[in-house]
Design a protein around this ligand. Structure first.
Ligand code: URA
Ligand code: CA
Length: 436
């Protein structure tokens, strides 16, 4: 087999088989196929696309290129949840304990923040003592014991994806649906769950700005799950404004605690319940998402999810007192109230700008090796659709130094209108295996 022939085949729009895709991925990972050939292949995929079978074979080849987690010793069906990345997206910290409190195992591998989007691992590390690096057997034992564990995604997972992503990044081939879908799913499959609930974000703060693109990506990923025999459901959800009120690591842990106590923002609570409901259905716990939703709502009311969160924290070495006293989390030295210059309805709160501002405050990474400040962030005082008077607080900036340009930058995230803006759905669409 020759790389040249496979590039030509794809350039002509023909489908490659599993053997051919494995040849390319294995050859590339071992350094036997050159960057220029792989780059040409990615460009051919960009223009010609891939069938669901090819996309799945690509995801499986990349998943098989490194270590794969074996979660078979966990009793019950393990469903993973994945978000394509948002601003203020604290749902994992709410959904994981909530679903676990129903007796369904949640063995979650999460990432760190990069760019303007946050990462669950950084958030958890703002809890004093919390350890995200557990060995596989320690992780499996914990999930069997308390039904929940959240660990940092191993660096040795899907190395082929890491190589390919770096190549795509410099050859204008990142934004290809089969390449993005296989990239995300390769890491999910290697992490070992039996099925997946995907939260595909759309809007200004999302990777996919247009809804149609998000739906296409969701379909491509659900198709991979279906072909790979791992039941997958995707929700296409709004990321036009940040989720909930808090954006920043320790702030989002505080928000997750408030939400599990039944006192969370409407959007964050609703999204967590809807994602959790899909997980309960895929795990075989509930017959319908509506039924599962009611079960989870009850767990919020009884604070069963909050108690499970506390159990998770103490089992992973964290200080469980943060549940009752969030002031034990890192606190920023400065708190500056941003006041409205307008009187009217809030028409939009730009999630991308907020995400960038929070990164600039020190909460996110510019590069993979940046050191981050867990205490800083933004606390919104309003959401889209609220009516505000002039001078009314819009947000509070939590910073470690006095502000320079950030006050103006924060104000610039808000847009106003005299008439109430038309409410937008939080969840645009659900994609199941019947749709692909
Ligand atoms: N996120 C990924 O993990 N891979 C992509 O290709 C794009 C976004
Ligand atoms: Ca939030």
């Amino acid at each position: 087999m020759q790389a040249y022939d496979l590039i030509l085949k794809k350039r002509r729009g023909e489908a490659l088989n599993a053997e051919e895709i494995n040849f390319l991925i294995n050859g590339y990972t071992q350094g036997l196929i050159a960057d220029y050939q792989m780059a040409a292949f990615c460009m051919a995929v960009y223009f010609q696309g891939m069938t669901p079978r090819e996309t799945t074979d690509l995801a499986l080849a990349m998943a098989n290129s490194g270590m794969k987690y074996d979660l078979s010793a966990i009793s019950g069906v393990v469903i993973d949840k994945h978000s394509t990345g948002g601003v203020g997206d604290t749902t994992t910290l709410i959904v994981a304990p909530l679903v676990a409190s129903c007796g369904v195992p949640v063995a979650k591998m999460s990432g760190r923040s990069l760019g303007h989007t946050g990462g669950t691992i950084d958030k958890l590390e703002s809890i004093p003592g919390f350890r995200c690096e557990l060995a596989q057997d320690e992780f499996v034992n914990q999930v069997n014991r308390i039904k929940v564990g959240i660990i940092s995604q191993s660096a040795v997972i899907a190395p082929a994806d890491k190589l390919l992503y770096a190549l795509r990044d410099v050859t204008a081939t990142v934004d290809s649906f089969p390449l993005i879908a296989s990239s995300i799913m390769s890491k999910k499959i290697a992490a070992g769950a039996d099925g997946f609930v995907l939260d595909v974000k759309t809007g200004s703060g999302a990777f996919m700005k247009e809804r149609e693109q998000a739906v296409n990506l969701a379909k491509a990923m659900v198709a991979i799950g279906k072909e790979a025999g791992k039941p997958t459901v995707a929700l296409v959800t709004d990321m036009e404004q940040p989720l909930g009120y808090m954006i920043g690591n320790a702030l989002e842990v505080k928000e997750a605690i408030q939400t599990l106590a039944g006192d969370g923002a409407w959007d964050l609570t609703e999204l967590s319940l809807r994602i959790g409901a899909e997980m309960l259905v895929l795990a075989g716990h509930s017959a319908t998402a509506e039924e599962a939703y009611e079960v989870l709502l009850e767990k919020l009311k009884t604070k069963a999810g909050l108690i499970k969160m506390q159990e998770l924290i103490s089992n992973q070495g964290g200080d469980p007192r943060v549940i009752d006293d969030p002031s034990l989390l890192p606190q920023a030295a400065y708190q500056t109230v941003i006041r409205s210059t307008h009187c009217g309805y809030i028409k939009s709160i730009d999630a991308l700008k907020i995400g960038r501002l929070v990164m600039q405050l020190g909460a996110g990474r510019q590069t993979k090796d940046s050191v981050i400040d867990l205490s800083v962030g933004i606390e919104l005082k309003q959401k889209v659709g609220s009516y505000v008077e002039q001078n009314q607080p819009l947000a509070v900036i939590h910073s470690s130094r006095p502000l320079s340009t950030e006050y103006e930058a924060a104000l610039d995230c808000f847009a106003f209108s005299q008439a109430p803006p038309r409410p937008q759905p939080l969840i645009w669409q659900k994609i199941t295996d019947a749709d692909v």
